[in-house]
Each structure stands twice: as structure tokens, then as C-alpha cells.
Ligand binder design. Structure first.
Ligand code: NAD
Length: 433
């Protein structure tokens, strides 16, 4: 099948690369010529395990091309997948400006009877709206399919190739079957729905997962107050198949390019329809507080943060990605900066993206050793494997004070106890002092 993908971000690029890997002819289009230039040289603009190998392989095989020309990309495509960003507006609603521009780009060049697929996360009703925009701009016949994406950054390729499910929402049976055919080589369960249900499945899924995180974080806070251990509690809960083990890791809150904006967008949609979705408001409020947890604990332990050196380990919103969008590290860095602490951060891959957001609010180390040297405390913000494998005796030896605030519960208790000089403050379990 000849497929065009608009947007070479996390979703568009992963989708394009994976569809080329299973034998389709894919052309990826982006308005960012720097990204396209790099992609043409086989360099991925994002850090995503396994992506660059497939990129190089399929570009060389002639299955995968890149262009900044919408005409070149769209005019021969049977299927046009829109995967542009839908960021958050100030009022919490989804900003559809990129999507609407993409719809106009598509309408200018689409070939008759092609299928326009919206993969971007969009509020219920948006597919119908985009259909009306394209219809207003072209007389050529086309069909629409809603096909929301569920991949996770950090495992985007694996998640695309082995997705739990693919949702195909369409009012047109023929179009739905063609998209089913496009995905057939992936051998993944496919669920066909109407368009509005497909749009809602995406938001309901993300809002549910975000709520699960806020719930377990509140339980963790309560565990600290009553002397219970969140690891055992989550383990005991997760064994119940009705609950499940995933998303029960207590920590310093969710971040990233999806959960924060999608929860707010769903709340906004609910408001527009007169539904008071108070559970989502609480999910957001709990998360906002939880992101301050390490700072609050450090204030109470160190009393005065002015001129104290804090080593922040991890900046990206989660491991295996360089994405800094809505990362808890941003709020933590600002709080520490306001308290006049000296912050030195290390992240294996997110340094460049962090600099764009945090500038010189903090200093950037190029290794753990450099970050922790002479530190008054370490904050573990992202659970990179590199940090989980740290020798805590060695780490504390180089610090001014051996104090670790672990926002991701990275270490087993015996590993911490093996280190004689440590003050260790995890989330949802007793401190070791
Ligand atoms: P992104 O911001 O990383 O990438 C979007 C890309 O679209 C950019 O490269 C931009 O230059 C390009 N673009 C904008 N307008 C264009 C146009 N008219 N033509 C061609 N290219 C254009 O976004 P992302 O993280 O890949 O997310 C895309 C969508 O998928 C969003 O709606 C997001 O909510 C959703 N989603 C994201 C994830 C994720 O983990 N990132 C997961 C599931 C769903």
C-alpha cells in the first residue's frame, strides 16, 4: 500500500517506519526541514530504541522516504495518516491548529478515493470537523478513519509492532476494512468502532491510566503516614486480576506529552457537555502536588536550601526517552531555583531538550559522578537503569552529605542497608536513616 504520514514526531515517525518495515511504501512529510534533512541521512531526530536501525534499513530498501513537500507526499497515497501534534491550549482544550492546517494540506493534494486517517489524539467530534474542512476545500471524494495511537515513548517501536490493540473508527465499512488490511501484517487484535467511540477510547484510556497513577501516589502518601510499605501494598493489589500490576508504581507523578494534556482536554470536553468530571480534577490536583514531593521532603530535612548543592539524576519525564514535555523535573528545578539551591543535573539523553526549557536555571553535568560530587543531597527524578545500578556506597562517598531522595523507588532495601552511611527517603515506604 502507498501511505503518506504527516508529522515525523514520536507517533508519525514510529508509525511510518513500522509500516515500511512490514512492506508498505511509506512517505513521511514534515514542515520541519531540519528534521527531514536528518531523516534523509538516516539520523532520527528523537531518541527511541530500535528506531534508527529500522529507519536506515527501510530507507535503503526504498520503502521509506522523507519530504517537506505535501504534494510529493500526498498525491499518490492511498492512505494519508495525520499524526501532527495536538498540544494543550491555555484553557485546557486541545489546540487543533496543526491538525486543521494538515487537513488543508491534505485537501490540496489528495487523490480521489484516498482514505484520510487521523492518528493524532483529538477530542470527540474532531474527525467530523476535519471531514467538513476537507470537503470545503476539495470536490474529490475521500473517506475518513479515526485510528488513535497508544504507543509509549521509550518503547514506541515495540508498542507499534506488538500493540495490545488497534482501534479503527469509521462510518465507512470499506475504508475501515482497508485500514484493517494495512495493519494485517502486524497481527495485532483490531477493534472496529464508530468514529466518536474511537476518539473517546483514546482519552478514556489515558485518563484512566493517569487516575491510576494519582490513586497509587495517594496510597503511597498514606502508607508513609501509617507506616505501611507501598511496594508490598501495590504488589498485593496488583495480583488481583481486576486491578492488574501495571501503573501501580508510586513516584513523583506523571508527565510527558500525553497524560497531562489529555486529562485536561477530556475535562474540558466534559465541561462543554455539562458533565462535572470531578474525578479528573482531583487526578490533576494530586499529580501537581506529587511533583513537589522531593522538594517538600528536602525542605523539611535540610531546613535551608539556599546554596545547597542538589544533584538531580534524571530530567526526561520517563526513562528511555529524551522528551522533556511536562516532565516533573521542570517543576522541581524551578522550586529549587526559587529556593536558591545550586542544582546540577545529569540525564543520559535529555540534556539538550532540557536546556531548551530550563536554560541556565540549573547546571548540566555530563556524568553521575560530576553531578553528585560534593552534593548535599541527590534527587532521583527519572528511573533510568543507569541509576538503578549505582553503587550507593560509592555515590555517598563523593557527596558532602549522604542524603538521597528517591522519587522513583529505584533501590531494593538490602542494597540501601548495605550502605552504612546513607539517609534514604523513598516514596511510600519508611525512610532509612
Ligand atoms: P510531535 O510534536 O513529536 O510531532 C509532530 C510533528 O508534526 C512535528 O515534527 C511537526 O513539525 C509536524 N507537523 C506539524 N504540522 C504539520 C503539517 N501540516 N504537515 C506535516 N507535518 C507537520 O508529536 P507526537 O508526540 O508525535 O504526537 C502526535 C500526536 O499523537 C498528538 O496528537 C499526540 O497527542 C498523539 N500521541 C502521542 C503519543 C506520544 O507518546 N508522543 C502517544 C500517543 C498519541
Amino acid at each position: 500500500m502507498k501511505i503518506a504520514v504527516l508529522g515525523t514526531g514520536y507517533v508519525g515517525l514510529s508509525t511510518g517506519v513500522c509500516l515500511s518495515e512490514v512492506g508498505h511504501h511509506v512517505i513521511c512529510i514534515d514542515i520541519d526541514d531540519q528534521k527531514i534533512n536528518r531523516l534523509r541521512q538516516g539520523i532520527s531526530p528523537i531518541y527511541e530504541p530500535g528506531l534508527e536501525d529500522l529507519l536506515t534499513k527501510n530507507t535503503a530498501a526504498g520503502n521509506l522516504q522523507f519530504t517537506t513537500s505535501h504534494q510529493e507526499g500526498i498525491e499518490n497515497a492511498e492512505v494519508i495518516i495525520i499524526a501532527v501534534g495536538t498540544p494543550q491550549r491555555n484553557d485546557g482544550a486541545a489546540d487543533l491548529s496543526y491538525l486543521l492546517q494538515a487537513a488543508k494540506d491534505v485537501s490540496a493534494h489528495l487523490k480521489p478515493d484516498s482514505i484520510v486517517v487521523i492518528k493524532s489524539t483529538v477530542p470527540v467530534g474532531t474527525n467530523d470537523y476535519v471531514k467538513s474542512i476537507i470537503t470545503n476545500h476539495t470536490k474529490k471524494p475521500f473517506k475518513m478513519v479515526s485510528n488513535p495511537e497508544f504507543l509509549r515513548q521509550g518503547s514506541a517501536i515495540k508498542d507499534t509492532m506488538k500493540a495490545d490493540r488497534i482501534i479503527i473508527g469509521s462510518e465507512d465499512k470499506e475504508a475501515a476494512l482497508k485500514i484493517q488490511e494495512m495493519y494485517r501484517p502486524l497481527n495485532v487484535p483490531i477493534l472496529m468502532t464508530n468514529v466518536r467511540s474511537a476518539e473517546m477510547i483514546k482519552y478514556a484510556s489515558n485518563a484512566f491510566l493517569a487516575t491510576k497513577i494519582s490513586f497509587i501516589n495517594e496510597i503511597a502518601n498514606l502508607c508513609e503516614a501509617v507506616g505501611a510499605n507501598i511496594i508490598d501494598v501495590a504488589n498485593g493489589m496488583g495480583k488481583d486480576k481486576r486491578i492488574g500490576e501495571a501503573f501501580l508504581q508510586a513516584g513523583i507523578g506523571y508527565g510527558g506529552s500525553c497524560f497531562p494534556k489529555d486529562v485536561k482536554a477530556l475535562l474540558h470536553t466534559a465541561g462543554l457537555h455539562g458533565v462535572d468530571f470531578s474525578l479528573l480534577r482531583e487526578t490533576i490536583a494530586i499529580n501537581d502536588e506529587q511533583q513537589k514531593l522531593l522538594f517538600t521532603k528536602a525542605c523539611s530535612r535540610l531546613k535551608q536550601l539556599k546554596d545547597k548543592k542538589i544533584a538531580m539524576l534524571g530530567l526526561s519525564f520517563k526513562p528511555e526517552t529524551d522528551d522533556m514535555r511536562e516532565a516533573p523535573s521542570i517543576k522541581i528545578a524551578h522550586l529549587l531555583h526559587e529556593a536558591e539551591a545550586k542544582v546540577v543535573a545529569y540525564d543520559p539523553v535529555a540534556k539538550d531538550n532540557a536546556k531548551k526549557i530550563l536554560g541556565d536555571t540549573i547546571e548540566y553535568a555530563s556524568s553521575v559522578d560530576q553531578a553528585i560530587e560534593n552534593a548535599d543531597a541527590v534527587f532521583i527524578v527519572t528511573e533510568w537503569n543507569e541509576f538503578k545500578q549505582l553503587d550507593l556506597t560509592e555515590v555517598t562517598k563523593h557527596m558532602k552529605q549522604p542524603i538521597i531522595f528517591d522519587g522513583r523507588n529505584c533501590f531494593e532495601e538490602n542494597k540501601i542497608r548495605a550502605c552504612s552511611k546513607i539517609e534514604y527517603y523513598p516514596v511510600g515506604k519508611p525512610a532509612i536513616v
